[in-house]
Design a protein around this ligand. Sequence first.
Ligand code: ADP
Ligand code: MG
Length: 796
Amino acid sequence: MMIAHPGSEVRVLIRSRPTANFAQELIEYLPDGQTVSVHQRKDSRKGVVNNQLSSWSFRLDGVLHDVSQEEVYGRVGRGVVLGALEGYNGTVMCFGQTGAGKTYTMTGATESYKQRGIIPRALQEVFREVEQRSDHAFSVHLSFLEIYNETLVDLLASVRGCPGVGPGGMAVVEEAGGGVSVRGLSLHPVHSEEAALNLLFEGEMNRIIGAHALNKHSSRSHCILTVHIESRSRTLSDAKYVTSKLNLVDLAGSERLGKTGSGGQVLKEAMYINKSLSFLEQAILALADRRRDHIPFRQTKLTHALKDSLGGNCNTVLVANIYGEASQIEETLSTLRFASRMKCVQMDPVVNEHTDPVLQVRKLEKEIQLLKQELSIHNTLANRMGMSYDTLSETQVAEIQSQVRMYLEGSLDEINIVSIRQIQEVFAQFKQAVQQQEQKVKDQLCQNYTLVEKAQSTAGSTAAKSRGSQGTVGVVEGHGFGVGLAVPSERHIRLLSPGRTKAIKTKELASQGRKEAVEGRSPGPGKAVESMNPVQRDREGRKHDPQSQEPQGPQEPLRTDSPPPKAEAFEDFKAERGSEINRILKENKVVLLERRARLRELTEGVNTAKREIDSTSTALHQWRDKRQSQGQFVSAEGVPVLDEAELSLALRLRELKTQYRQQYEELRGTKAEVSYCQHLVDQCRTRLLNEFESWYNESFLIPEEVQAMLRSGGPIRPGLVPVYKALALEEDEQEHFERLRYELLADSPSAISFYNAQNRTVQRRNYSKAMSQTPVQKTTPRGSGRTKLPAILSVI
Ligand code: ADP
Ligand code: MG
């Protein structure tokens, strides 16, 4: 949690380095102590009239010219340091060209105590304050980070006992709550000014050593010394504590790229510096713009590391170090421009307040204890002795439970309210009672309405497959639908006609044991089978027929809890609801068979005629050959002559051909009729089966979702295919027509169309075969439509 502090703005001060050649005519400090005017003579080489002056004026928070280090600290550092002790993050940052006095301002001349800079003074102040503020317990840690060419360096890594950088290397990481930290950067606890200064000097030393080793100039890197402060009140046993970070930053020289005139490493350094300084400016300017919700902190390591300590919610003071000489006027101008841009950033510093969870719990526990005592006094005064506010014991819970039971039964009129805990327990018991009641109702329903488990149904279908040859029962049992399916067995019995019951008794049950089981159910007078549930019926059956209690051998016991066998149901359907369409189907079949018989006759006739034509034609040719060889073929006039036998053969041949043509015409007509009748029969059969399917599904309450699942490609229902097979025409009929087809193919001039028809038949038969495979063997293509019936075997 952070506490807002009255708004202030980023403070920017100018500090000029003393020089013997101070360009007085160019740099003018106005008497207000806040304004700097810079006059620049335009360069005649750039084609501008000589001696023409341009002037700029910069109004900032202060000008530190010929000012002691002590005063600089007083005007720049002190406020930020004190703020950090209160819990505000703070940053003091020096920027400007190399040699302008940044390091001098921040660190000072290390060999001279008097000329020490802001950092040693800040450390001194921190520990002085820590000592003085005895009502707070402070803990102070130091870290010293260098950023060189976007590489993070821990300047205190050499300190004894330092854990060293982990395998991931150093990186700026964001913490929950918006803070940032540098992973791998060592944090050193410090308890005195001296210890802190030791760390500062060690870091400075490392900076210089590193500079030599890498052949870099120390002013080409950014340095951030961070004082991490945590303070807790000693007087209040408060769970709250505050933390802050005080960043003391010595930025790399800001001189522009062109000015360096260098290549290689220096150029690279300059590029990195320019980049980070420009991003620093961008970040600070973005902070100044309150409409912006994104601040580009992560563009460089510098701004990312300072994310929680720049502008915005912390105290920031910038020192613009300038070189007072005329030759550096362009750099001075650039630094002053940057300074004035920074100036407009508004800040709302906030205290970083946290809550210690352990302390918080301790505090709350204490408070609860106090309130309990308060309550007990209150109870004593109100004559309510013996009240307890602890968690209810098992006995108390049991007592409340029995009260609720009695209340629900009506033997208790009301339950006295004693305490909040008791009320809560009463409600909990009510809830439990309701749930138990619900479960009871569910169980009762389940007794009457059996749940067909998935495992059961799968077993059922496998059983159906293996028992396929045993008769209808095998088919009948295989009606697992692949999912839990509630089938009200009582209802399905009621729906069925008396005829259907008879059907079960007499013809559908293949096994004697099952038959007995069903027949044994025959109720006594006045007790209808239909009104009993399957369990009752079974029990009844056993009472009447002790035989049925004997083991049934390898056969499964009759599953009276499953839907009625499909083949049986189909018989019922044909007898009742589907009787009309079934009658039409039967009629059509009769016509079809009649036409087929006629077709058979005609084919035989045509074949006989063909054979006779062939033999007559052969005889005629033979006769002619004979006569020709005897020279009796031509008359005296040279005209070919016919003898009587030849004439009679020729006439017979003509007659046969006419007969053949007529019969063939009739055969073609009959064939068309047969295929038309076949079409009608197929149509009727499909309709009958479709209607049966819907009736079956509706009657035996297959839930919608199950039907949807089946439509979308569930397993094929075993049991369907045998029904279709039963409906298909007898196999010998098919065989006969196949034979006929081949005969015709051999003899008839229109064999080609038969050939095509035959191809179609083969295809349809293959499809039919595929459909008759068991679900285990066959994978049905999706959307092949479980509710849509497969093609019926064709006979032509
Ligand atoms: P920078 O860090 O900006 O590159 P330095 O702080 O190293 O510059 O300053 C360069 C030189 O000028 C140093 O020798 C330093 O002692 C000296 N110097 C800078 N500012 C002052 C000042 N205000 N008073 C005395 N000497 C200074
Ligand atoms: Mg420096």
